[in-house]
Design a protein around this ligand. Structure first.
Ligand code: NA7
Length: 537
C-alpha cells in the first residue's frame, strides 16, 4: 500500500486564497503544501475562460495588498481586468515568491477523515494516493462547484455544449455558428454581451431576468497607474472601512432628499463604474422596500431607454425582486445586444424548455437549431465545494450531512466536530458578501495566526465549541434577516434550482452580511482574547 505523505499543514486549492495562504505559512517556516485538483494554479481565474469574464471589482481593489513589491511592480491594464490578465497576475505573484514548489497540481482530494487518536486528517486523493496533515486549511472558493440543469435529452444534443466554468482553453469558433446561452446571471450577462456580435445567431434562454447596470470599464494608463500606486494605502484603508470591501461607501439619507434630487444622484451613479450604483447608494435601498422600489423603477426606465423593442425591454426587467437584492451583474452593452438582428431573447417563463434534441432545444413555443449550447447556469455556491469532498469528522460524522439544511460554523472558519479544519472564505464568513480578496486576506491572516499559536503552544487539537458556534450562527441569521434580500432567489442566499435542498422555500444562511468591518472587529477580538469559543487541546 502507498505510504501516506505527511505535512503539518495541507492547503486545499491554489486559487486566490490558497496562494496567499501558502505564502503566509511558508514565511513562518511551517511545513505546508497546497493540493490542487486542477493542472495549474488560479482557481476561478484558471477555470472561467469564457469570453467577457472579468472583475466587477476595481482591479486595484481586488489585487493582494500584502506585498509592497507586488503593488509597485504590477500594472493593472484595465479598471476591471479580464480573466487572462487576472491569471497572469496570480502567476506573477506565485513566481515572484517561488510558491509553485509548494503546490501539487492534479491532486484532487476526494475524502478526508479525522483521526482523533493520531490527531491528524487522513486525505485520500483521486489518484489513490494518501496524505496526512495535522491541520487542513480549505481554500476551495465560494463559486467552484458548477451546476447544470437536467432537461430531458441533454445528452442527445450532437453539437458542442459546456458550462461556462469549463469553457475550453483553446479558441472556440463562434463565427457562422448558432449559439444558445442558458442563464442570465452575472456570467450569462458577461458572455452574452461579449459574443453577441460574433455568433451568427444568438438565442438567450432566460428564465428570470436580473437587474444589471453598466460596468463602465476603461484602460489604466501609466500615469493613472502611478497615481493608483501612490494611493494604495488609502485605497486599502477605504476598502477596510466599507461594509462591502470596496472604495464605494453607502450613506443613509434617502428620505432627506426629494425624488428629483434622488434621480439626479442616480444619474450620476449610473455613469460611474463598478458597483457604485449599488454600494455608494443610499443604505436604505437594502432595508426599506419603498426606497428599493423607487430605485428599481429608476433602473427599469434605464433598461427601457436602451432596448429598442418595448416588449423585449419588459422581459429584461425583473419583477420578482428589487434592485440589488440578488448579486448584481455588471454589463458592457448587454442591453444593446438585444437590438441586434442576430440576437433573440427566449423567455422561458412564457415558453419553457420541454427537452433537448439532437439539433437544439425544444421549448413549448418553438424548436431552436443550435451548434453550440453554453450553460451559464451558475454554481452550488459557498457550500457546494465542501459537499463535493467527503469530509468525515469526529466519530465519522459527515460534514455534508451536518450541513444538509445549511452550514453551521464558528466565524465562518471552524465547524464543531471537525477539529483542525480551518476554512478560508468559508460559509458564514464575509467572503461571500464582499470584495473577495479583501475578505480572504482577513481570513488567511486570522487562520495563520491561529495555526502559529497552536504550534507555538503545543496544541494539537483545535475545535470550535458548539455553544460559541450556535451564537455565531444566530448572529449570521440576525444580520441576514435585517436585509431585504433575505428571501431572494440568488446564490448568496443558497438558492439553486438545480441542487436538491437549495430550491425555492429553503432558507440557507450562507454568508455573514453584517459587513466586513464588524466581522474583522469580531474575529480580532476573539483572537486577542486567547481564542474564545475555541477548544485548544
Ligand atoms: P447565477 O447568478 O446563479 O445565474 C445562473 C443563471 O442560470 C440564472 O439566470 C438562472 O435562472 C439560470 N438557470 C439556472 N438553472 C436553469 C435552468 N434549469 N433553466 C434555465 N435557466 C437556468 O450564476 P452565474 O454564473 O451567472 O453567477 C455566479 C457568480 O459567479 C457571480 O455572482 C459572479 O460572482 C461569478 P434563475 O434565476 O434560476 O431563474
Amino acid at each position: 500500500m502507498d505510504r501516506a505523505r505527511h505535512s503539518d499543514v495541507v492547503v486545499l486549492g491554489a486559487g486566490v486564497s490558497g496562494i496567499y495562504q501558502i505564502k503566509r505559512l511558508v514565511d513562518l517556516g511551517i511545513d505546508a503544501v497546497v493540493l490542487e485538483g486542477e493542472d495549474d494554479l488560479g482557481g476561478t481565474w484558471y477555470r472561467n475562460r469564457y469570453p467577457g469574464c472579468r472583475f466587477d471589482s476595481e482591479s486595484y481593489t481586488y489585487g493582494y495588498s500584502f506585498s509592497k513589491e507586488v503593488l509597485d511592480e504590477w500594472h493593472w491594464k484595465e479598471r476591471f481586468s479580464s480573466q487572462p490578465e487576472n491569471l497572469r497576475y496570480l502567476n506573477f505573484v506565485v513566481d515572484k515568491f517561488d510558491l509553485r514548489r509548494h503546490m501539487r497540481f492534479g491532486s484532487r482530494v476526494e475524502r478526508m477523515a479525522w483521526d482523533d487518536s493520531a490527531r491528524h486528517w487522513h486525505l485520500r486523493l483521486s489518484d489513490g494516493s494518501s496524505h496526512t496533515a495535522r491541520f487542513v486549511i480549505t481554500s476551495l472558493g465560494p463559486l467552484s462547484a458548477p451546476t447544470l440543469p437536467s432537461y430531458d435529452g441533454m445528452d442527445a444534443f450532437e453539437g458542442e455544449a459546456f458550462h461556462t466554468f469549463f469553457w475550453p482553453a483553446e479558441p472556440v469558433a463562434l463565427e457562422g455558428r448558432r449559439v444558445g446561452v442558458i442563464g442570465t446571471g452575472a456570467t450569462g450577462i458577461q458572455v452574452i454581451a461579449e459574443i453577441a456580435d460574433k455568433a451568427a445567431e444568438l438565442k438567450v434562454f432566460q428564465r428570470r431576468p436580473n437587474w444589471s447596470t453598466p460596468l463602465n470599464n476603461s484602460p489604466i494608463s501609466d500615469a493613472e497607474m502611478d497615481e493608483i500606486r501612490g494611493r494604495y494605502d488609502e485605497i486599502f484603508a477605504n476598502c477596510a472601512a466599507s461594509p462591502g470591501g470596496f472604495e464605494h461607501v453607502p450613506q443613509w439619507g434617502f428620505w432627506d432628499k426629494t425624488a428629483t434630487e434622488r434621480r439626479a444622484f442616480w444619474d450620476e451613479l449610473y455613469s460611474q463604474s463598478g458597483f457604485a450604483i449599488l454600494a455608494a447608494n443610499f443604505a436604505e435601498i437594502f432595508f426599506d422596500e419603498t426606497a428599493n422600489r423607487e430605485l428599481s423603477d429608476y433602473i427599469a426606465d434605464r433598461i427601457r431607454g436602451r432596448v429598442d423593442d418595448p416588449a423585449v425591454a419588459e422581459k429584461l426587467i425583473p419583477t420578482d425582486h428589487g434592485f440589488g437584492l440578488q448579486r448584481l451583474p455588471l454589463e458592457t452593452h448587454y442591453f444593446e445586444a438585444y437590438n441586434r438582428p442576430n440576437v433573440e431573447l427566449v423567455d422561458l417563463r412564457e415558453t419553457p424548455i420541454e427537452h433537448f434534441t439532437r439539433t437544439g432545444i425544444q421549448t413549448s413555443g418553438a424548436h431552436y437549431d443550435l451548434d453550440l449550447i453554453v450553460y451559464a447556469t451558475g454554481f452550488d455556491a459557498i457550500t457546494g465545494a465542501y459537499d463535493r469532498v467527503e469530509i468525515l469528522g469526529v466519530d465519522g460524522t459527515s460534514l455534508a450531512e451536518r450541513w444538509r439544511d445549511g452550514p453551521s460554523t464558528y466565524l465562518g472558519v471552524l465547524s464543531h466536530g471537525f477539529p483542525n479544519l480551518f476554512m478560508v472564505a468559508g460559509p458564514q464568513s464575509v467572503s461571500g458578501s464582499t470584495n473577495f480578496p479583501r475578505a480572504i486576506e482577513t481570513g488567511v491572516d486570522w487562520v495563520t495566526d491561529l495555526v502559529a499559536y497552536a504550534f507555538e503552544n503545543g496544541h494539537s487539537r483545535v475545535e470550535a465549541e458548539l455553544g460559541a458556534e450556535q451564537e455565531w450562527v444566530n448572529e449570521v441569521i440576525r444580520a441576514h434577516e435585517r436585509m431585504l434580500f433575505r428571501r431572494s432567489k440568488g446564490w448568496f442566499t443558497g438558492y439553486n434550482s438545480n441542487v436538491a435542498g437549495h430550491q425555492e422555500g429553503s432558507v440557507r444562511y450562507q454568508a455573514y452580511f453584517g459587513g466586513a468591518p464588524r466581522y474583522r472587529a469580531k474575529v480580532d477580538a476573539i483572537a486577542a482574547d486567547g481564542y474564545e469559543g475555541i477548544q485548544l487541546g
